[in-house]
Ligand binder design. Sequence first.
Ligand SMILES: Nc1ncnc2c1ncn2[C@@H]1O[C@H](COP(=O)(O)OP(=O)(O)OP(=O)(O)O)[C@@H](O)[C@H]1O
Length: 265
Amino acid sequence: MSQIKPDARQGAAPADIAVSVRNVSKVYGDVQALKDLSLDFPRGELTSLLGPSGCGKTTLLKIIAGLLPATSGQIEVNGKPVTEPGPDRSFVFQDFALLPWASVIRNVAFGLELRGVAKSEREAIAEKYIREVGLAGFEQKFPHQLSGGMRQRVGLARALSVNAQVLLLDEPFSAVDEQTRRKFQEDLLQLVQNEKKTFIFVTHSIEEAVYVSDQIAILLPRPSRVSEIIRPSSFRNKGVDNIRRDPEYLDIVDSIWASLRAYVE
Ligand SMILES: Nc1ncnc2c1ncn2[C@@H]1O[C@H](COP(=O)(O)OP(=O)(O)OP(=O)(O)O)[C@@H](O)[C@H]1O
């Protein structure tokens, strides 16, 4: 692994940066949620934001999505300042945000429908991503006929089908059981490899962050700042079944827990 202190990050992170967060602060009334936070997200990689509850992870994700203005500082996606939501980014919400009256295929194709893409074309694209997230055969089902985990996959397929280059995932696996969660994590690794998109992933789980990430940004609270950036190196290509017993994986999990345990009330 490489551990990068935030102020030394430029030297060690890959040069091809898809999303750059520079000196971002966010104040809600008298709560300073983020303070002078800077962080780079390398293109084609998955970066996790990990930190105690209330440390501003969702706030940062929403600012990158353009759903919330920063109080100060800049965000750039592919070198362009973010001022509002745009087609280059897609947010997968914690609570699914599916259309209850629409079938899986219509839900997945919905972003393309809004963009005026013809029905046959958008359904072909939706089919591809429905397969890729493991929902083949469920195209004509409705959200209430699916488990929470399956609904989450519909949200992910919808985000992929609009071909956004940056996918923002806010605790996408929090509502599913442990076995489903593990399967999702494996699938996510595969998706990151296949899709070459930039994933920004919020999670509360140290193990999950280490399992799925190319880069982990540890955020500490009150006010939120980046305390450490960790880039696991040795286990990523050893196969999904071997990661959890890899010595580097176990070391990183332990060292993150040592950093965060003081913040658990
Ligand atoms: N709309 C809001 N108005 C006022 N304060 C807010 C608002 N949204 C978030 N906050 C505060 O900002 C801080 C950061 O919240 P945020 O939800 O970004 O943290 P988080 O790390 O995502 O938390 P969690 O892990 O619990 O989801 C918290 O103190 C929270 O109470």
